[in-house]
Write a protein that binds this ligand. Structure first.
Ligand SMILES: [Mg+2]
Length: 177
């Protein structure tokens, strides 16, 4: 089976570190909302500083349960692709820096599958044009948008994606490969 997994919120605990630095920079968080309820300009400003500082990116904790399941899938010869929209909102220089950080982070935390990493803004569209039928995502809005007959999108339960969704899972173990 060919599977695509989102990076932030599925493999990587982006929110904990983002929230820590956002608070240091004086922002107020709303954990029940995606992007912690920050307007786009504020979100981008905090995110840019995190990427520039570099160290916070590597402080982001891998979700070990995700890692373990992906490892098992890899051992069972499933084809795993990592998809992320990281860097899409930055200028070229910062985007390249963040892409490099992301590759390194995955290599350290999620080897050996890191070479199947794709930086895409429209993950659902990318999956469909690359023959992928299962996507695991943590953003409810995107999961709903991309769910179709040809693409089964699982929503991994997180505090920022509460609400109705037909394929909500609490662990990657629930994915029917
Ligand atoms: Mg995500």
């Amino acid at each position: 089976m060919i599977v695509a997994v989102d990076v932030d919120g599925v493999c990587c605990d982006f929110v904990a570190v983002f929230a820590e630095y956002a608070q240091k920079f004086g922002e107020t968080m709303d954990y029940s909302r995606y992007c912690l309820g920050l307007p786009e300009d504020k979100f981008k400003r905090v995110y840019e500083r995190i990427v520039q500082l570099e160290r916070p990116v590597f402080q982001m904790r891998p979700y070990r349960d995700t890692w373990k399941t992906l490892w098992d899938w890899h051992e069972s010869w499933h084809d795993i692709h990592y998809v992320t929209a990281r860097g899409g909102m930055f200028d070229t220089e910062l985007r390249k820096k963040h892409e490099h950080q992301t590759r390194t982070w995955l290599m350290v935390n999620f080897f050996p599958q890191h070479w199947n990493l794709h930086f895409v803004q429209e993950k659902g569209v990318w999956c469909l044009s690359n023959g992928i039928h299962i996507l695991i995502e943590d953003r409810a809005k995107d999961a709903s948008r991309w769910l179709s007959q040809d693409l089964k999108v699982y929503l991994l339960d997180r505090p920022w994606n509460l609400g109705d969704y037909p394929h909500r899972i609490y662990s990657l173990r629930e994915v029917n490969l």
